[in-house]
Every structure is written in structure tokens, then in C-alpha cells.
Write a protein that binds this ligand. Structure first.
Ligand SMILES: Cc1cc2nc3c(=O)[nH]c(=O)nc-3n(C[C@H](O)[C@H](O)[C@H](O)COP(=O)(O)OP(=O)(O)OC[C@H]3O[C@@H](n4cnc5c(N)ncnc54)[C@H](O)[C@@H]3O)c2cc1C
Length: 324
């Protein structure tokens, strides 16, 4: 058994000071980190329990919905303001895990959960993400559940968070602190493509703490929805998912956002492709052109090409059923 030091933080300042120690990780709900420690995938020398920090508030301030990093996935999903202002967020959270896990899971932890790629989660296999340079069995044909967008020769692991896909469509920003410095980063810039360094998944550095998530309050966000397709009706990660938000006037699209999950190594959105849908009615032909552009960078194998068909179907269903 591997031993580690367990510390409890009682304030954000104390947490930041403790997180600055080497080989130290924050422990929020523990629903991912504890699993990965038991599997030997994560082995921090120190855990800082951050559950007592005052970062659970869900508040509307001016044009922004601010959600504390330690708000539980259940609390956010059940919040009436979140439901009214950005319904996709509630739907994405409710589509993930189980009720019990969502009660413990936090917003910050959800964003920083690691991939469910079986090669990453088992020392029986090589994995470039877990052990850089060791190899990737998914590249040798075992890739039925792997990513088709944003992949590299080093890694095909799918990004797992439903929440992150909804936040990408909602143009959310992540509040981060380290020491006395605070920064705000868009969700679009938060995750890193694997490239040659798949072990570096986000722009979060050692010692940094996510403090909150800001979602802009807009008429577009209030139209947002989330659809998740998966191997069984509950308790399963996405094979493909889509978050949409759509504002139409006189039957023509004025503004929209479409983000994809389950297909990419990171949550996926292409604002250039979205312009194809602006200005016109949502005909089948224009939706097909949009899907062609969005999925053009995909690299699929015979085993995971089904994800492209799933994504097309999910996008068509969401756009055709929207009131436009
Ligand atoms: C069986 C099962 C099914 C699941 N199904 C889904 C699903 O379908 N969809 C989905 O999206 N998710 C799913 N999940 C993942 C679940 O949503 C995450 O486990 C959970 O959100 C993680 O939150 P946590 O607070 O428990 O994080 P923890 O496990 O405590 O932490 C996770 C990581 O985040 C870091 N961290 C946590 N909070 C902060 C912070 N504020 N600042 C800096 N670092 C921080 C930790 O150091 C750790 O590295 C599932 C999980 C399980 C176990």
C-alpha cells in the first residue's frame, strides 16, 4: 500500500499554501481521484481536503451566473436559476453518473476528471497519457470507444465530462487561483489537445485551485439543451453528445452554438462551421453541410466510425426539434 499525507484546508488561502507543496492534489468529492489512487494511476504524496472551503455558492451577479467550484453536481442541476438561465447545464449534469455520485461530485472535480480509457486506467497496458512514451494499444485497433476528433499519434482517449461540453456551448469561463494571483480562462482554452504530450490535459498548473465557473447570462444560453447518446440509458459515459443553443427570428438562425462530446480528446466546437447555419432556415441540406464541416477533421477507424453517424443524428435531432 502506498502511503500519503492527508491535510485539511479551512480557507482558500490555506488551501493555496498547501497545494503549493510538491506532489500535492486537491481532494473535492473524491469520486474520481480516490478511484485513480486505488488503481495506482494517481499517486500524490499529499492530499488537501478542500471540501470545507466556502466555494459552493450559485449566484446571479449582473450578466453572469457564478457557480462555486465546490457546488455539488446535484445542487447545480437542481438550482432553479441554473435551469432557467442555462438548461443545458442541468441536463448535462443529470445525464452523468448516478444520483449518489452527483451528490458528492463537485463542479471543479468534474472538469478535472480523467479519461475513462481502459488502457489509461490499468497498469496491464502501456499508455502514453499515464506513462509518456510507453505506447498506446488503441492505435493497434482496440479503439471502438476512442476519440475521432483531436487525436494524435500518441493518444486517442476520449474526454469524459458532460458538463464541459455544455459549458463550451455556453461560452463559460473558469476562475483559477494560485498564490495571490487570480485568472479567468475560457472553457474553450481550458483543455489541451493531446499532441505529443497527452499527460498534460488542461492549462491548470501545479498548485492551482479552480474557484468558480462563470456562465454569461444571455437569451441564447436560455435556449440551450443537451442530448447524450450512450450504450445504456443510465450510468454511462457518452458515445456521442451534443449541446446546442439556438436563437431564431422569422424562421432564420440569428445566433447559435453547437458543442460535441464523446467524440473528441477535448470537448469539441467549431465556430467557423457554425457560421454555415447563420442567416438561413435550418434545412436538411444546410444541417448536413454544417455536419460535414464540423466533422471534417475526424480520423475514424472501422471500429469507431459509428460515432460520426451518432453525432450527425444527434445534431440533426437537436436542430430540427428546436423552435426556429
Ligand atoms: C461510476 C461513475 C460514473 C460517472 N459517469 C459520468 C458521466 O456519465 N459523465 C460525467 O461527466 N462524469 C461522470 N463521472 C465522473 C464524475 O462526474 C466525477 O467523478 C466528478 O465530477 C469528480 O468530482 P469530484 O469532486 O469527486 O472530484 P475529485 O475526485 O475530488 O477530484 C478530481 C480531480 O480534480 C481535482 N480537483 C477537484 N476540485 C478541484 C479544484 N477546485 N481545483 C483544482 N483541482 C481540483 C482533484 O485534485 C483531482 O485531480 C462518473 C464517475 C463515476 C465514478
Amino acid at each position: 500500500m502506498r502511503s500519503f499525507e492527508f491535510l485539511q484546508a479551512h480557507s482558500v488561502e490555506e488551501a493555496l499554501a498547501l497545494l503549493a507543496l510538491p506532489s500535492t492534489k486537491a481532494l473535492a468529492g473524491g469520486t474520481t481521484l480516490v478511484d485513480l489512487m486505488k488503481l495506482g494511476v494517481e499517486a500524490p504524496a499529499r492530499l488537501v481536503d478542500i471540501q470545507a472551503l466556502p466555494l459552493t455558492e450559485i449566484a446571479v451577479t449582473g450578466e453572469t451566473l457564478r457557480i462555486g467550484a465546490l457546488a455539488s453536481n446535484s445542487a447545480v442541476a437542481a438550482d432553479p436559476s441554473v435551469r432557467r438561465l442555462c438548461p443545458a447545464l442541468c441536463d448535462a449534469l443529470l445525464s452523468g453518473a448516478s444520483g449518489q455520485i452527483r451528490n458528492a461530485a463537485t463542479m471543479g472535480g468534474n472538469l478535472l476528471q480523467r479519461t475513462r480509457c481502459p488502457f489509461f486506467r490499468s497498469h496491464d497496458w502501456p499508455c502514453n497519457k499515464r506513462e509518456p512514451g510507453s505506447g498506446c494499444p488503441a492505435h493497434e485497433g482496440a479503439d471502438a470507444h476512442h476519440a475521432v476528433l483531436g487525436t494524435s499519434d500518441a493518444c486517442l482517449a476520449v474526454h469524459p465530462s458532460d458538463l464541459a461540453v455544455a459549458l463550451l456551448a455556453l461560452d463559460a469561463e473558469i476562475g483559477i487561483r494560485a498564490g495571490h494571483a487570480a485568472r479567468q480562462v475560457s472553457l474553450a482554452a481550458f483543455y489541451r489537445l493531446p499532441g505529443e504530450t497527452p499527460h498534460l490535459e488542461t492549462i491548470i498548473g501545479a498548485g492551482e485551485l479552480i474557484t468558480h465557473i462563470d456562465v454569461p447570462i444571455t437569451p441564447l444560453a436560455a435556449t440551450s439543451r443537451y442530448l447524450k447518446l450512450r450504450g445504456r440509458a443510465s450510468y454511462e459515459f457518452a458515445s456521442a453528445s451534443v449541446a446546442t443553443a439556438l436563437h431564431c427570428e422569422n424562421g432564420r438562425v440569428v445566433e447559435l452554438a453547437v458543442a460535441l462530446g464523446g467524440l473528441g480528446t477535448v470537448p469539441w466546437r467549431d465556430r467557423q462551421a457554425e457560421t454555415l447555419l447563420i442567416g438561413g432556415p435550418l434545412s436538411e441540406a444546410v444541417i448536413n453541410r454544417f455536419c460535414d464541416a464540423l466533422l471534417a477533421p475526424a480520423r475514424a477507424s472501422a471500429a469507431n466510425a459509428y460515432k460520426l453517424a451518432l453525432a450527425r443524428g444527434a445534431i440533426r435531432r437537436m436542430l430540427e426539434s428546436a423552435s426556429c
